[in-house]
Design a protein around this ligand. Structure first.
Ligand code: KE4
Length: 434
């Protein structure tokens, strides 16, 4: 197994050996294992702002930011102190709190067209609950998802999914029964005709179309003009609920997420990542007439012991309040990401290698591809072996990119112009020896 051995990572290597004795694959989530890029995953000890520090004391400029949540950078003071204070009042009640009302009011004030919201503890829970609600509300069973989109690991979604399944090229998941996935229909991202064909062939049977409005689990894939608008119109015509999976884009692309940024209203929206400020939080919300079908008001059952947990709530509430009260953050994030885009483009052009850079807001990805990357097939057809080499060269220069060509890079507000320059210098040097 190729090791990241130009930088001393002996302590991470020891920890990884030890971790594999008691944790499957040595990690608690597959994408952390460096399996597709090869090498030893680095064990982190602490992080602050734009920087993460591994067990060997190496410092990295972080472009994962916990796969999205750390939008303000690591250990954001306001969130840390809010957690520390609140923990002293007990870490969980299992009873309602005023803080949950304040969190729901803040979310519904920031996100357009969300009347009501239910808190859960992960993006997976948010998406599986939203799908169940759509099925319960419409009385229909089938739903459409897009190849390369990832909506968490609930059975019905593990069909042609992105993120770790794309990274490891997992086509079928043992344990996901035909019964669980028989109602899952798939279409290529950006292919409105394919969706129209599916709705025609399954007339009156489709409860929902769920989509990442800007996809981030096959690299960053941008919706082509008219695609999302076409889905919205189709859902209106066919009585299908449009679910925006905004676990990645929510509160990252804008205070109102992709709905605000793109000017398109979904019927249900799922959230995660940023919404918890690094604590385990997910949520789903939408129109009142739909959300009222959720138990205990309605009969679509959904529950969670730690849903609305006070520590997670105060972390998420503090993070969202920061973002709502400082809208300039989004412009700053976009500008930082644009600077990375321009610099990477210059470096890649100088290298003479074919490439595509996809960017939307503070989501960006680099594909070593000769043709545009507008869907999963395009992303899979890119020269991802070269990406893997590029990943390690950058890592050895202290730049921590997502360890897969099938992930978007996440920019944080803590990344400075000097950090961008350091990143671009590392990229030029890496491309020169690739
Ligand atoms: P979680 O259950 O991992 O909190 O959220 C699932 C999910 C749902 N929807 C979207 C659009 C997502 O991106 C995710 C999770 N994203 C991956 C990274 N691409 C999480 C990283 C991991 O699996 O460890």
């Amino acid at each position: 197994m190729q090791r990241t051995d130009m930088m001393n990572n002996s302590r991470s290597h020891e920890l990884f050996e030890r971790a594999q004795l008691t944790i499957p694959g040595g990690v608690n989530s597959p994408v952390r294992a460096f399996k597709s890029v090869g090498g030893t995953p680095l064990f982190m000890t602490h992080a602050k702002g734009a920087y993460m520090y591994d067990a060997d004391g190496n410092r990295y400029i972080d472009y994962i930011n916990s796969w999205g949540p750390m939008i303000m950078g690591h250990a954001w003071d306001a969130v840390v102190s809010a957690i520390q204070e609140r923990a002293a009042f007990s870490t969980s009640f299992g009873a309602p709190t005023e803080l949950e009302i304040e969190m729901a009011e803040l979310i519904t004030s920031m996100a357009p067209n969300i009347d009501m919201v239910r808190m859960v503890s992960s993006g997976t829970e948010a998406c599986m609950s939203a799908l169940r609600l759509a099925r319960g509300y419409t009385g229909r069973n089938k739903f459409i998802k897009f190849e390369g989109c990832y909506h968490g690991h609930a059975d019905a979604f593990l069909v042609k999914a992105g993120s770790g399944l794309a990274t490891f090229n997992i086509q079928t998941v043992p344990g996901v029964t035909a019964g669980a996935s028989m109602d899952t229909l798939t279409a290529p991202y950006n292919d409105l005709l394919a969706v129209k064909q599916l709705t025609h062939d399954n007339k009156g049977e489709i409860a929902a179309i769920i989509i990442e409005p800007v996809a981030g689990n096959m690299g960053c894939i941008v919706p082509q003009p008219g695609f999302l608008e076409g889905l919205r119109a189709l859902c209106d015509e066919e009585g299908i609920l449009l679910i925006f999976d905004e676990v990645m884009t929510g509160f990252r692309l804008a205070a109102g997420g992709a709905q605000e940024r793109l000017g398109i209203n979904a019927d249900l929206v799922t959230y995660g990542k940023v919404i918890g400020g690094g604590m385990p939080v997910g949520a789903f919300g939408g129109r009142q007439d739909i959300m009222e079908r959720i138990a205990p008001l309605g009969n679509v059952y959904q529950a969670g012991t730690l849903s609305g947990n006070p520590i997670a709530m105060i972390a998420g509430y503090t993070m969202l309040k920061t973002l709502r009260n400082n809208p300039g953050i989004y412009e700053a994030l976009d500008n930082t990401t644009k600077a990375i885009h321009i610099g990477m483009e210059d470096a890649l052009k100088a290298s003479g290698r074919p490439f595509v850079i996809n960017r939307f807001g503070s989501m960006i990805s680099v594909h070593f591809s000769e043709k545009p990357v507008n869907n999963f097939a395009d992303a899979a057809a890119a020269d991802n072996a070269t990406f893997n080499k590029f990943f390690h060269l950058m890592l050895n220069k202290g730049i921590y990119l997502p360890p897969s060509a099938f992930e978007t890079w996440f920019v944080s507000h803590a990344i400075s112009a000097a950090d961008v320059e350091a990143t671009l210098l590392a990229a030029r040097e890496s491309l020169a020896v690739l």
